[in-house]
Design a binder for this molecule. Structure first.
Ligand SMILES: Nc1ncnc2c1ncn2[C@@H]1O[C@H](COP(=O)(O)OP(=O)(O)OP(=O)(O)O)[C@@H](O)[C@H]1O
Ligand SMILES: CC(C)(CO)[C@@H](O)C(=O)NCCC(=O)O
Length: 356
């Protein structure tokens, strides 16, 4: 699907350009690391081997769209993106439409393989019906996973009439606050141990077994907790987008890992200094809105000045989310089929497609 004359072949960490490799570890110099030490952080980091990629810049990627692609309406893009920004329309046209063509090609190939293997080409028993095509979306806290996943859902559903695309975030598989407190994990929210991984794997296995009526716990960012007795139901969609910072992790508690259940995976990448800025900006916006409600876990921050709130947000980023990014999230990037690198204004600037 790409023109190899224009796209570069390179490891994401290989220095195949004049500028530093895009995928070099984020702020991994010890001098730049916060003093916070994670019990999960190993003293000796093994050398990282990353797979080869074909790397497209934005214009090369945008050229892959077809005039026949169905574009979701501007209103639905803004509603789903949760961001009132005309740039999103351009993002959808130049990035999401080629991405959707790419994913659709993978879906067709998966269906064809399934047809050949299970429906007569090779006789492995009775034919089986296709189960949901699962797309994992990984990346740091505040890199824009949920915004991206909502837009991807809109574009994927518009592409094929009647196609059902559902979205699940791994937030619902966090342990409830009570349990995190008992395990002294409140300062480790988002770290591998803070998730009920067996429940998450069980859910993914049930999805890929073609089961319907699957219940997923609901997480409230306002309450900063899992909502008791509230569930979303997943009913055997055509496509399931499974989004969360931990989706490509391989913590070994079972024979399987989450990505065993994925048909496709995407890692959203950006400089950690940019993500920190987006985290702080989001925190400031929430402080002016959601934190003002008594029901908000962060209600005690409601009267902070902007500079005090900035300090609090930066502290949480440095103490929790940055160590988690460096230790547990960014090392999973090489498992993704596609790495999307974002620039300052959230625009996707570089697209690395894994060759293996
Ligand atoms: N394409 C975009 N254009 C403009 N702003 C964006 C875009 N994507 C994300 N943002 C903003 O960046 C911030 C982080 O985005 P989002 O909440 O989607 O991140 P996330 O990775 O899902 O975070 P978390 O892991 O905490 O749930 C939000 O304030 C969001 O509005
Ligand atoms: C719920 C997660 C882990 C991921 O969405 C994240 O938003 C979070 O709450 N992190 C913990 C530190 C913080 O409050 O930002």
């Amino acid at each position: 699907m790409h023109n190899s004359a224009i796209a570069r072949r390179c490891g994401v960490r290989q220095d195949c350009r004049d500028k530093p490799p895009r995928g070099a570890p984020l702020n991994s110099s010890p001098a730049l690391r916060p003093s916070f030490t994670s019990p999960l952080h190993t003293a000796v980091t093994p050398p990282r081997v990353e797979p080869p990629y074909v790397i497209f810049d934005r214009s090369q990627w945008a050229a892959l769209r077809s005039p026949d692609d169905q574009v979701p309406s501007r209103a639905s893009i803004e509603m789903l993106g949760g961001v009132n920004d005309p740039a999103l329309q351009i993002e959808v046209e130049e990035i999401f439409l080629p991405l959707t063509r790419f994913i659709n090609a993978h879906i067709r190939a998966a269906h064809e393989l399934s047809r050949i293997v299970y429906s007569g080409g090779i006789d492995l028993g009775s034919p089986i019906a296709a189960t949901p095509y699962v797309i994992g979306v990984a990346g740091s806290v505040a890199v824009g996973k949920s915004t991206f996943a909502r837009l991807l859902r809109a574009v994927l559903s518009t592409a094929v009439p009647g196609r059902r695309v559902e979205l699940v975030t791994t937030d619902g598989f966090l342990y409830p606050t009570r349990e995190l407190q008992e395990r002294a994990l409140m300062g480790r929210k988002g770290f591998p141990d803070s998730y009920d991984l067996p429940a998450m794997l069980e859910f993914l296995s049930a999805v890929k077994s073609g089961k319907s009526g699957l219940k997923v716990p609901v997480y409230s960012h306002e309450a900063y907790d899992v909502v008791p007795d509230e569930f979303e139901t997943v009913n055997r969609p055509d496509i399931l987008i499974f989004e969360g910072l931990n989706v490509l992790q391989t913590k070994n508690i079972a024979a399987a890992v989450a990505s065993d259940f994925f048909d496709f995976s995407i890692y959203l990448d950006a400089e950690s200094t940019l993500i920190e800025r987006w985290y702080i900006e989001r925190f400031l916006k929430l402080q002016r809105t959601v934190f003002q409600r008594e029901t908000s876990y962060f209600h005690h921050y409601k009267d902070l000045s902007e500079s005090e709130a900035t300090q609090v947000a930066r502290g949480i980023w440095q103490q929790i989310n940055l160590p988690n990014l460096l230790d547990n999230i960014e090392p999973t990037r090489g498992r993704a089929r596609i790495v999307l690198r974002k620039g300052e204004k959230h625009q996707i600037e570089e697209i690395s497609v894994r060759q293996t």
